[in-house]
Design a protein around this ligand. Structure first.
Ligand code: ADP
Ligand code: MG
Length: 306
């Protein structure tokens, strides 16, 4: 399912004293099955942009196409809106704040019930979604209150609720905000799984470049409502001055590789895991060492004193 954003501008409270231009002339494409990262500091326009993908917001000018469904300032037909919400699942920032049902089961089943599916189908979807977020092992969990769970578990229940709608596109707005490192790594491992097993198109919003580095095929960087940078992470991360001008920092690993390259080590810029960077640095050091030895002139033979 492809998403095409064409010259999108979004203005909040247009024509009032509180007018706020949140997006300016954004154009980008997200291909079917792609995973993209949308990065920028707070207030750069990330949430505004992604809320156009499932029709929560409409363009002030320009358009967004999700396959054949068009969103423009003219609005969208009701049947198309329903279909759009089905195809594009959006996990809001701090989604656990929206859990409301008395049990985990009811929360995850909420969307499928809206679709008026049969009970057996709803049950199947709830169980599958709970397994996809690694909460499927403990059956009693389904009948507990969402408020009795840990923060990481609640976040995953919210994600299960989105997955139970069986979307083709999954949009996650700062999904790891406020989670500890372990819960964050688990969440990302599950996203990677979903991508591989379901072939979902994934749109990952973050204010941290390092977070999207391992998962995204393409990174889009927003600043002040404008699209400033786009491309594969390994290309974007090398544009250090442009990244700094957006108020961001390249991921620490990318910074280490850039510094090593500046100091003459031939390390490939597309290394984004600690293991690969460490391996490449050891290799580069060895090459450096071998070259230094090869360039040293052979020692002069000292004549024997007779
Ligand atoms: P981000 O998700 O990158 O933090 P947002 O898309 O939330 O950025 O916000 C972009 C800009 O739009 C900010 O200046 C913000 O204050 C403004 N904004 C966001 N939501 C609203 C709203 N509902 N009404 C008015 N202005 C808003
Ligand atoms: Mg936001």
């Amino acid at each position: 399912m492809s998403i095409i954003v064409d010259n999108l501008t979004h203005v909040y409270n247009s024509g009032t004293p509180h007018e706020q231009v949140a997006l300016r002339n954004i154009s980008l494409r997200i291909a079917d099955g792609e995973c993209v990262g949308i990065v920028g500091i707070t207030g750069s326009g990330k949430s505004t942009l992604v809320q156009h993908f499932n029709g929560l917001l409409h363009p002030t000018t320009g358009s967004v196409h999700v396959d054949e469904i068009a969103l423009t300032s003219q609005g969208t037909r009701k049947a198309h809106m329903i279909e759009l919400r089905r195809r594009v699942g959006l996990l809001f920032q701090f989604p656990e704040a929206q859990l409301f049902a008395p049990t985990v089961y009811d929360d995850v089943a909420f969307g499928p019930r809206q679709l008026k599916l049969k009970d057996s189908e709803i049950r199947e979807r709830v169980h599958t979604a709970m397994r996809a977020v690694a909460l499927g092992d403990d059956a009693t969990l389904l009948y507990r209150s969402p408020f009795a769970l840990s923060g990481g578990q609640r976040r995953r229940v919210a994600l299960a609720g989105v997955l139970a709608m069986r979307p083709r596109v999954l949009v996650l707005d700062e999904p790891s905000a406020g989670l500890d490192a372990e819960a964050r790594d688990e969440l990302y491992a599950q996203l990677l799984n979903l991508r591989v097993s379901e072939g979902l198109t994934i749109v990952l919003v973050s204010h941290d470049m390092g977070e999207v580095a391992n998962l995204a095929d393409t990174v889009f960087v927003l600043a002040n409502g404008e699209l400033r940078l786009s491309g594969p992470p390994e290309d974007v991360f090398q544009r250090v001055d442009d990244i700094l001008s957006c108020g961001l920092l390249p991921p620490p690993l990318a910074q280490a590789v850039t510094l090593a390259r500046e100091r003459g080590y031939s390390v490939s810029p597309d290394l984004l895991t600690p293991e690969r960077v460490a391996e490449a640095l050891v290799q580069a050091r060895q090459t450096h060492h071998d070259q230094a030895i090869a360039a040293t002139p052979p020692a002069q033979e000292t004549p024997h004193a007779s």
